[in-house]
Design a protein around this ligand. Structure first.
Ligand code: PLP
Length: 354
């Protein structure tokens, strides 16, 4: 039976990428050796790293604009501390839009003064704070573009002179925007790019070297830039798969093309949530995420029937996170529109049956 993977993670990837990746594990580039066995210093793998780095910049429209792309390890959680280690001298601002933003903020507190410029904790992070003031003396402002757990997404980014850092782990490469408004973007590869194990960091070089503390080599963006993302053994498989996904995206027509599909998927699901009296959306409408839709059932007694119907339709991974409850349908780049259609059919069938 065809499966429809709405899981929030670790990742969902295009089928053709999975096939190519499995082939490379058996025999990479016709070398008679596995991708994961060859030297990461070999010309075959260096070409993969170079391609992955340049494609990331190209797709984001940041080539030739003073940015460097790195594929690091330690997950997006490592960036919570690396950002502060490399950029926080005195004071940083954080917009607290949920669990991940909160974790990033807590890590930064180990390095200097941190202020919460805004927070939506008062309503269990169901909206994106607006109209907040950004002090003029920040070393940087940290935002989380998409809140994976709560299903909210920043639609309009603040205009600010402050150095802008953004965690785009769960919506990178999913929608068009002027990426040059950010000075540092990071995103765990999992979800829209590749298997867990590598993190994309895109950083404007001119913002580095401004802090007075000594930075351990592994945590120093400058070291990773100098070593072309090969300071230590890179996560060869996740980087290779990320490269394949970025090639897939480029062939599809880049971010503009995937954004159109993502809009269709989100509209289809949210209009069912709004029209069907059995479901309630969790996030405020204007802040709804196109990647993770969070919703609850109006009548708890229908839970078992709904879940059984989902199972029968091949729908998997829609259980909500414990902080929100209910359901979360994640619609990452590689999820076909057809899968959302299947979920919507089940939801309307439930209404007919109830
Ligand atoms: N930031 C966001 C927005 C996330 O969704 C996640 C994980 O889902 C993280 C950070 C943490 O990523 P990692 O598990 O790679 O440390």
């Amino acid at each position: 039976m065809k499966k429809h993977n709405f899981s929030a993670g670790p990742c969902i990837l295009p089928q053709e990428v999975i096939i190519k990746a499995s082939e490379a594990v058996l025999d990479f580039n016709g070398l008679g050796l596995s991708l994961i066995e060859i030297s990461h210093r070999s010309k075959d793998f260096v070409a993969v790293m170079d391609k992955a780095r340049s494609l990331a910049l190209e797709l984001l429209g940041l080539e030739g604009k003073g940015y460097q792309a790195l594929f690091l390890q330690g997950g997006a959680s490592m960036e919570f501390l690396m950002v502060a280690y490399n950029l926080l001298e005195k004071k940083a601002g954080y917009l607290n839009t949920g669990t991940w933003a909160d974790k990033a903020l807590k890590e930064a507190k180990l390095f200097g003064e941190v202020i919460e410029v805004g927070s939506s904790k008062d309503e269990n992070f169901s909206y994106i704070p607006k109209g907040y003031t950004i002090p003029s003396d920040l070393d940087y402002l940290h935002l989380t573009s998409n809140n994976t757990i709560f299903g909210t997404q920043i639609k309009k980014f603040p205009k600010t002179e402050a150095t802008l850092v953004c965690d785009m782990s769960s919506d990178i490469f999913s929608r068009q925007m002027d990426f040059s408004q950010f000075d540092l973007i990071y995103a765990g590869a999992q979800k829209n790019m590749g298997p867990a194990g590598t993190t994309l960091v895109v950083v404007k070089e001119e913002i580095l070297g401004r802090v007075s503390r000594k930075i351990p080599s592994m945590l120093d963006y400058k070291v990773h830039i100098e070593k072309e993302s090969m300071f230590n053994t890179p996560a060869v498989f996740p980087v290779y798969v990320s490269m394949l996904t970025l090639e897939w995206l480029q062939k599809l027509g880049g971010i503009a093309a995937i954004e159109e599909i993502n809009e269709k998927k989100a509209q289809l699901l949210y209009s069912e949530i709004d029209l069907n009296p059995l479901f309630n959306g969790f996030a405020h409408k204007e802040d709804r995420s196109n990647m993770n839709a969070t919703f609850t059932l109006a009548e708890e007694k229908l839970k078992d029937v709904f879940e059984e119907m989902c199972k029968e339709a091949g729908i998997s991974g829609i259980n909500g996170h414990r902080s929100v409850g209910g359901y979360r349908a994640s619609m990452y780049n590689a999820l076909p529109l057809e899968s959302v259609g299947t979920l919507v059919d089940v939801m309307s069938e439930l209404e007919r049956k109830a």
